[in-house]
Design a protein around this ligand. Structure first.
Ligand code: BTN
Length: 251
């Protein structure tokens, strides 16, 4: 299937490549050079795909790799909300075309039948006056292939979803631009509600791996910046950076 400009949302400017080191790196270069908000860098393959904490993101041909440039007029601290906007948009897009269980795991993972199929990497630049210059939202989604050496990882095809890369790309971009507009007009609360409805149930026991520590507690949702709320010894702790592991999957 060849992509046509008319398949894409009006405010989306798609730049496609067969192969790149990393779509995030290319998008960051373009953003620094003044590329407009709504520019999407898409590659069919990456040789230096990156995940959170500088981890490698396996990027063979057959999966989805893209990075979206955004220039929202918001405080830099609120820009993290766009990671949740992206997660909800991708989950909704997949729910509309796949017949498998799709869920969200804090902060930005999309789970297919309980296993990780997608991750989101946000990178930003702040102006000298402390305003947000640009945000790059990198999305990797395992469609055909997944790294079999990584525990709890999967792909849409492995889970039985018969989707094509092009259909996922087009459907996701429509949901994404729609959700960004909703976020801009109505704020984060409705997005957070939808995110929570696709995530763990509040009250689930979880383990969170922090950069230097591991804590156990009860999942209590996310705050208005997307920080994880975890109850431990009757106190609510806010966590900005970490990986969550449900001890009991209840949804
Ligand atoms: C994670 O660690 O879960 C986030 C993974 C993000 C991977 C995507 S693939 C497209 C974009 N380019 C990159 O190098 N990384 C992101």
């Amino acid at each position: 299937m060849t992509l046509k400009k008319t398949d894409l949302p009006a405010n989306c400017h798609l730049i496609s490549f067969d192969i790149l080191d990393s779509t995030n790196e290319e998008a960051k270069k373009l953003a620094s050079g003044g590329a407009k908000s709504g520019t999407v860098v898409w590659a069919r393959e990456q040789v230096l795909g990156r995940g959170r904490y500088g981890r490698t993101w396996d990027s063979p041909y057959g999966n989805l790799y893209l990075s979206i440039i955004q220039r929202p007029t918001c405080f830099p601290s609120d820009a993290t909300q766009l990671g949740f906007v992206t997660g909800v948009a991708l989950a909704e897009a997949l729910l509309s075309i796949c017949n498998i269980e799709i869920a969200l795991k804090w902060p930005n993972d999309i789970m297919a039948n309980g296993k990780k199929a997608s991750g989101i990497l946000l990178e930003s630049s702040i102006n000298p006056n402390k305003s947000l210059e640009w945000l790059v939202i990198g999305v990797g989604l395992n469609i055909e292939k997944f790294p079999s050496d990584i525990e709890n990882s999967t792909s849409l095809h492995k889970e039985g979803a018969e989707v094509t890369l092009e259909n996922v790309l087009i459907t996701f971009l429509h949901y994404f631009f729609n959700y960004v507009e909703k976020w801009f007009n109505n704020g984060f609360d409705p997005i957070r509600e939808r995110w929570l409805s696709l995530s763990l149930k509040k009250g689930t026991d979880i383990k969170v791996r922090l950069p230097e520590d591991v804590i156990f507690g009860t999942f209590m949702g996310i705050d208005n910046r997307g920080s994880l709320l975890i109850e431990k010894n009757s106190e609510i702790n806010k966590i900005d950076v970490g990986d969550i592991f449900p001890m009991v999957i209840t949804n």
